[in-house]
Design a binder for this molecule. Structure first.
Ligand SMILES: C[S@@+](CC[C@H](N)C(=O)[O-])C[C@H]1O[C@@H](n2cnc3c(N)ncnc32)[C@H](O)[C@@H]1O
Length: 318
């Protein structure tokens, strides 16, 4: 199985698909969510699906996607959503619903050669788009110690980020990082005796931190949210599933204030900018049954926003 989609029913229902509407799945992956959206579309309905991974593109060339008149796959980073949609004749303010199911697919995680997981020995790569220049090994071999420390602590909330960064620099003085095993070895030294689930959690945090840096995941998310806000029509829906607190905070802030930090912004007249009506005050999470069936869904958080006029007269801050 390429990937089991998380929060499938909740995410697709949140889009409130109209048969003749225009929808975007920004993270096609194995096409699980896309398949359910497509099944709800009728004549005139359109689904544009993005993914930067070539394996995902191969999935889009299978039934029911291949040859479907309403379906278009776009192999691109979703941070360029607006540019690509415009090239396909989709104008800002005209999209009915946009879904993003962030992070990596199970297929990416479970393919040793992609280097995403500490559970398999493989090249230390982690690029979702293999056309990008810098691999995870490049980051570890070229970054100054302080930058590595910052990366581990900011993106992985790794508690001994300083020790780990120093251990990385010591390691590369004798040989460059090449494999996931190299990084696991350095982590094991920096861990000082952590075992079992604690060790696995630590390794997951370190690998996650590197993956976020290699793919500029937070920068891409912010660009995506900006473009998605512009592309949606009034009352169109933005539906985002995130898998860690850094992403979720950005999505939550964006829905609340139209920016990644959540800082209230006002226009020239002092009107508060609130581009979305927040549909989910609290994020929707998978229930026990889903987590049992699909343990990788356990950290999923789904948030929904409904596009509204960007400035509301009479709502001033302060
Ligand atoms: C969690 S999977 C999506 C699974 C999908 N919803 C399904 O039902 O199979 C995330 C996918 O998003 C893609 N992805 C992540 N960040 C991306 C980005 N910035 N631009 C384009 N694709 C991205 C990954 O390559 C991966 O295939």
């Amino acid at each position: 199985m390429y990937h089991v989609p998380a929060l499938m029913t909740e995410a697709v229902e949140a889009l409130q698909v109209r048969p003749s509407g225009v929808y975007v799945d920004a993270t096609f992956g194995g096409g699980g969510h896309a398949r359910a959206i497509l099944a709800r579309l009728g004549e005139g309905g359109r689904l544009f699906a993005f993914d930067q991974d070539e394996q995902a593109e191969a999935n889009a060339q299978q039934a029911p996607f291949a040859g479907h008149a309403g379906f278009q796959f776009i192999r691109a980073n979703f941070r360029h959503l607006k540019r690509h949609l415009r090239a396909w004749g989709v104008l800002p303010g005209s999209v009915d619903g946009i879904l993003a199911d962030l992070g990596v697919s199970s297929h990416q995680l479970d393919t040793a050669e992609r280097g995403f997981s500490f559970r398999f020995d493989g090249p230390l790569d982690m690029r979702m788009n293999p056309g990008e220049e810098r691999t995870a090994a490049d980051w570890l071999n070229d970054s100054p110690e302080a930058a590595l420390q910052d990366l581990f602590s900011r993106y992985g909330e790794v508690r001994n980020a300083r020790t780990l960064a120093r251990a990385c620099v010591q390691f590369r003085q004798s040989a460059p990082f090449r494999t996931t095993g190299d990084l696991v070895q350095v982590c094991d030294q920096a861990l000082q005796g952590l075992r079992g689930a604690d060790r696995a959690r630590y390794l997951a945090q370190v690998f996650q931190a590197l993956r976020i840096a290699v793919n500029d995941e937070l920068g891409a998310l912010e660009d995506f949210l900006r473009d998605a806000t512009e592309m949606l029509r009034l009352s169109g829906r933005l539906v985002v599933i995130s898998y860690h607190s850094l992403e979720d905070r950005i999505v939550k802030n964006w829905l609340k204030a139209g920016n990644a930090s959540g800082t209230p912004e006002s226009d020239f007249y002092g009107n508060l900018r609130r581009p979305f009506e927040v549909v989910t005050r609290k994020p929707i999470e998978p229930n026990e049954a889903e987590i049992q069936q699909n343990p990788r869904a356990r950290s999923a958080k789904l948030r929904i926003g409904e596009k509204r006029e960007s400035e509301l007269p009479g709502q001033s801050i302060g």
